[in-house]
Design a protein around this ligand. Sequence first.
Ligand SMILES: [Zn+2]
Length: 452
Amino acid sequence: MGQSNGARDSDMSSMIELIQELWYLKRDLVSDDFDRALYRLAQEIDGRMQIHEYPTGEPCWTWRVPEKWTCQAAYLETLDGRRLIDVADHPLHVVSYSLPFEGDVSRQELLEHLHVHARLPRAIPFVFKYYQRDWGLCATQELRQALSEQHYRVVIHTRFEPGTLKVGEVIIPGESAETFMLVAHLCHPAMVNDDLSGVVVGLEVARALLAGPKPYYTYRLLLLPETIGSVAYLSHNEALIPDMVGGLFLEMLGNDSPHALQGSFQPASQVDRCFTSALRGLDAKGYAAPYRTVINNDERQFNAPGVRVPMLSISRVERRDSPTWPYPEYHSSFDTPAIISSERLAASKQLVLSLLQAWESNQYVVNNFKGEIFCSGYGIWVDYRLNPEGHRRQFEIMERCDGEHTIADIASELEISFQAVQEITNTLYEKGLVWYSREAHSTRPDRKPIIQ
Ligand SMILES: [Zn+2]
């Protein structure tokens, strides 16, 4: 579609430009700034984004769409009028979805409603109470510790009203109706790595897919508010779920850590095997870990009962035992454009495209041959005296080319990279020894079952 070469249209913004423009917006779940950001992103994809709206109160399976929330003013003062914190200085000074409140409170009562970051003494934390119904402010640990007076004045002017939750969707049609889901969440006011980074990478991936040849799979990119956005979309598109053969949640792709691939709830799925083995060939420092052990996000809704789409996630989350897991500035006012780089975003975009390329080419390898291949006769024999490892691998791969194993199956059985297997099967393909099939195509001879 559209672009005939790799050049970017001059009126399109780069990932880093979009982040600079959108990061400070107050992108709460259902809010005017969330909508502003989504409509702005829609302009970047040439009319290809549909925006779905789900009104406040709309049932979504066991959930309901929340109200639109707006904060007009929020501050904390001493009784003699000295202002200590003010949401006008930073959007995170108020709890997202805080109830309105106005009054003089004791220091003790204030402390119950004044949140700080557990790890960063000088950062304002991101705190949300979407469904708990409470009022609250957020400050630095330093400010909280300096509160010595007996009473303070709190003013929180927030408004709850009917609105519509919005989900942006970009469809990249493929040869097949089988669909691969890409998801990122756009909520989280005034933060960048979580998860505007995943949003802009997702958008760039969608642009690249639209600009390339028609893929085999259909792709759908969803940009949405976390959790409730996924539930709203899935519960209103149940007919699409049977075609969803896999998915990838994109997030935290700008910070300075290696890639982390989190498996799905179904670790034996083709997409799990394909991405886990392909990552080995793409990012030597990257790591893979099971479902729910890297970080939890919207992939939970896709993996859940009644949906069961194997959705993995890709991020740059640190290993779980790191003292700064998932990354040092997580859910704080320090999650700014300063902690990400356009190089890392570009590398993540390339990694996602390479994973999808592997996914597109993951097929059953069907043998045209019987018995072990006469490698010398085909000029593909690897001398075990010069390359014992290569020799052994080649035979291990060839004996699994039986129409019952995909490239990903072979790579995961042998615990080697997808690309290493593909290099050998492509050679066999060029020699006419195998062919690729989207369906299993067993070449076992019919044989009476052995009865013991
Ligand atoms: Zn978050």
